[in-house]
Design a binder for this molecule. Structure first.
Ligand code: Q46
Ligand code: ZN
Ligand code: ZN
Length: 313
């Protein structure tokens, strides 16, 4: 197999694009594709202050690398969840993010959940009785809050995450199985800020296959954590990813078509947002973030419930 651009030996063959490329041309091609998505969906422009949520995995580090190479003003945010699970998951992934940033002279913000709020994610989940087996709902809540807080306090206008096509297609598959209208209406490459001070949420890799981000990370010698978060085991996302991979194997390009056709259908109004489902938002009196809860937001109430009088400051 030869590189389409230079005729040298190809390092990657992408059946879904009928395209084979050598290392050098692949490392040019993926940033070009990323930039196209950024422009096409109007994610952000030059001169904007962007925050990239990095987990230490291949997708988010490849994204940060590419935004930096494309010349965007992008800082990183690592949220230390305090997950050990016998493999030192958080400390290992944090160290990889710190090394990545230091080697490139980039700014990495680190927010430690335990240091800032008094309990790690698994502990908060256990003590709040919210998902004692799986801390994912507490984790999602806390991550969203911290990302919003840092964007608001430090003036970032866009928050970029490393979600790739496989992630997006799996979520779409899951939601389509139950025609979850509200979720389908909100799934998009760009989520506009609902309030002033909140950042727009963007997914520059939404059209990029997971295999392509992995190849980029390997070819550009990015050191990333190979293990997934131990709590992702058995998740429905992994289940749907597996099914989609089997379909893709028989019909290269099926995943991309599934996702892009969904976006087109949505543009034509197939999944109009359910006005009744859009709850009125107000600012939480404690932290100031928008919430639909009657008074304080779910995040503030979570930490209150964890602190029986006299045991925590
Ligand atoms: S939610 Fe759950 Fe993830 Fe948090 S606890 Fe791990 S698997 S990291 S995206
Ligand atoms: Zn080439
Ligand atoms: Zn609050």
């Amino acid at each position: 197999m030869k590189c389409r651009k230079c005729g040298e030996k190809a390092s990657i063959n992408m059946r879904q694009h009928k395209l084979a490329l050598c290392r050098e041309h692949y490392l040019e091609w993926l940033p070009e594709q990323t930039e196209r998505a950024i422009d096409h969906y109007r994610m952000f422009g030059r001169g904007e202050k962007i925050l990239v949520a990095v987990s230490g995995g291949k997708d988010s580090l490849a994204l940060w690398d590419i935004l930096h190479r494309l010349g965007y003003d992008a800082d990183g945010l690592y949220i230390d969840l305090g997950i050990d699970a016998g493999i030192g998951y958080s400390s290992k992934s944090r160290a990889l993010c710190e090394t990545f940033a230091a080697e490139r002279g980039l700014t990495l913000q680190v927010a430690g959940v335990e240091q800032e709020y008094g309990a790690s994610i698994p502990e908060a989940a256990r003590r709040s009785m919210r998902g004692r087996r799986k801390p994912c709902s507490v984790c999602g809540l806390v991550k969203r809050h911290i990302m919003n807080r840092i964007c608001r306090d430090q003036g970032y206008t866009a928050l970029a995450t490393g979600h790739n096509l496989d992630d997006e297609a799996a979520v779409l598959f899951h939601n389509a199985m139950t025609w979850a209208g509200g979720y389908l209406a909100r799934q998009a490459p760009v989520l506009a800020a609902t309030r002033s001070g909140l950042a727009r949420k963007v997914k520059p890799f939404c059209r990029i296959y997971e295999r392509e981000t992995a190849a980029y990370a390997l070819m550009s010698k990015i050191e990333y954590i190979y293990e997934e978060c131990p709590f992702s085991e058995g998740s429905s996302t992994l289940y749907y990813k597996d099914i989609l991979n089997r379909i893709e194997e028989d019909r290269p390009g099926a995943k991309l078509q599934f996702y892009l056709s969904f976006l087109q259908a949505k543009e034509k109004g197939l999944f109009a947002p359910d006005a009744a489902g859009e709850a009125e938002l107000h600012d939480c009196p404690q932290c100031g973030q928008p919430t639909s809860a009657p008074e304080k937001c779910t995040f503030c109430r979570l930490w209150e419930r964890l602190a029986p009088a006299g045991t925590m400051g």
